[in-house]
Design a protein around this ligand. Structure first.
Ligand SMILES: N[C@@H](CCC(=O)N[C@@H](CS)C(=O)NCC(=O)O)C(=O)O
Length: 207
């Protein structure tokens, strides 16, 4: 049994959808922030960075880093068909874009939503936010271009990275405007949401 520590609509949504799509046995523990914005003390002992997603594996070991979870789970459940196997022709492309999403777009999102965490100087947050939005839009443009004919990053077959990309789209400040600018992103998003497991998890999250 896997235990996934989550916050609704946060970065936990993608590994939650993957667990569901793989048919894994799992439960979610939905965390709420305390009034000062932090998570409860017990969670800091599970993950010293106190971030969601945090995944407890069946052997009780702890896994952090959403991209690692996507790759790990997709590999463990090959029958779900959500990642090309090591050595398969699309494996490098899958890893490239899965990691790109986590290290480029996700990080821009964090700077956009929590700009004050990226400076010690008062008054700098607005600039950090503005630059993060600009960077995020460039990163979405690069990803939309990479989709090519699509609809998914590997072509006709949805993979774990598509679920992750769809999650990142939900954090865009204006999703309809994003899809109007990059119709391929909208097409990819609709394709991912057509998967019953993803739809179910999006609904549970209230996304
Ligand atoms: N690199 C981590 C980033 C996780 C992360 O930043 N999660 C956010 C929510 S989307 C979080 O829990 N931040 C802690 C906080 O906001 O206090 C991952 O990919 O899993």
């Amino acid at each position: 049994m896997y235990t996934l520590y989550c916050r609704n609509t946060a970065g936990s949504m993608a590994p939650e959808a993957l667990l569901e799509a793989c048919g894994a046995e799992y439960k979610v523990i939905v965390l709420e922030r305390m009034p000062d914005g932090s998570f409860e003390e017990f969670f800091h002992r599970i993950n010293p960075k106190a971030e969601v997603p945090t995944l407890v594996l069946p052997d009780d070991s702890i896994m952090t880093e959403s991209a690692a979870m996507m790759i790990y789970l997709a590999d463990l459940y090959p029958e779900a068909g959500l990642a090309p196997a090591a050595g398969a022709p699309d494996r490098a492309r899958f890893l490239r874009w899965q990691v790109y999403l986590a290290t480029a777009l996700y990080m821009s999102d964090l700077r956009l939503f929590y700009p004050e965490r990226y400076t010690l100087k008062p008054g700098e947050a607005e600039g950090i936010k503005a630059r993060a939005l600009e960077t995020m839009m460039q990163e979405f443009a690069i990803y939309a271009d990479a989709l090519g004919e699509g609809p998914f990053i590997l072509g006709q077959r949805m993979c774990a990275a598509d679920i992750y990309a769809a999650m990142l789209c939900t954090w865009a400040p204006d999703m309809p405007a994003l899809f109007a600018k990059h119709p391929m992103l909208g097409r990819m998003y609709d394709g991912v949401l057509a998967h019953p497991a993803v739809k179910k998890v999006w609904e549970r999250n209230g996304a």
